[in-house]
Design a protein around this ligand. Sequence first.
Ligand code: PDD
Length: 275
Amino acid sequence: RIVYVNGAYVPEEEAMVSVFDRGFLFADGIYEVTAVVDGKICEWDGHIGRLERSLGEIGMSMPMSAEELLEVHREMVKRNNLEEGAIYLQVTRGAADRDFVMPEGLDQTVVLFTQAKKLTGAKSGLRVISVPDIRWGRRDIKTVQLLAASLVKTEAKKKGKDDAWMVEDGFVTEGSSNNTYIVTKEGKIITRNLSNSILPGITRKSVLRIVEELDMEIEERPFTIEEAQNAAEAFMTAATSFVTPVIEVDGVELNGGTPGPVSKRLGEVYIEESR
Ligand code: PDD
């Protein structure tokens, strides 16, 4: 693979980042994951907008203009012959002697790599478990501190399941790396409202727009695991998994353990629109 590091496109074996990089020592950095379908970058405006906001929230600026970053993304698609998959972008504050006080004026570290992966096509549903949400209080910022998410997803896999839904104060916040939804027996779609408790998903935004276009009913509010277990169906969204049905919550199967019609329909429309 060809990766991008601070202005250079190099084979991954030759790429270097300092041991003193604050991303490595303090998780002092922001990332974005953008899907590529048919060699085209999906949802660019959403991802670049969120990157700028996340950086601003931790006192960092954009490492280059949005146009320049788009050009780097396009170049990465080209150099890696990426037809379908993801582009990972990480911007950290830079390298400095270890100090809790954030130094100013460092040269930011900018890294990109691609991952080829089949994203389109029908999805089998996921089985999820609930776990306590042990993350920090600013989950609206897409920082690289993903230890809690990684721990809970690993726990789910060890239990033979696919993902973990995190719960705080009795309500589901989000999945390990996705936004979560339930569809009530009356056909209403419920997803948690935006706040510091969850990441404002780019896929979420598009799916909510599609839901309105299709004249489906939507309510943005927190829901419980019990509500999810009594729902007609459930699903999750993320840049690299689009709309993915959820067929089991803490051992209780939804829709007879098969992907529900609303999840399937939204998934199809979303993929159609990203092409
Ligand atoms: N994760 N919530 C969390 C905690 C996430 O990490 C993600 C994305 C989402 C969905 O956001 P979006 O629709 O913009 O991808 C929600 C990415 C895909 C990842 O970490 O790989």
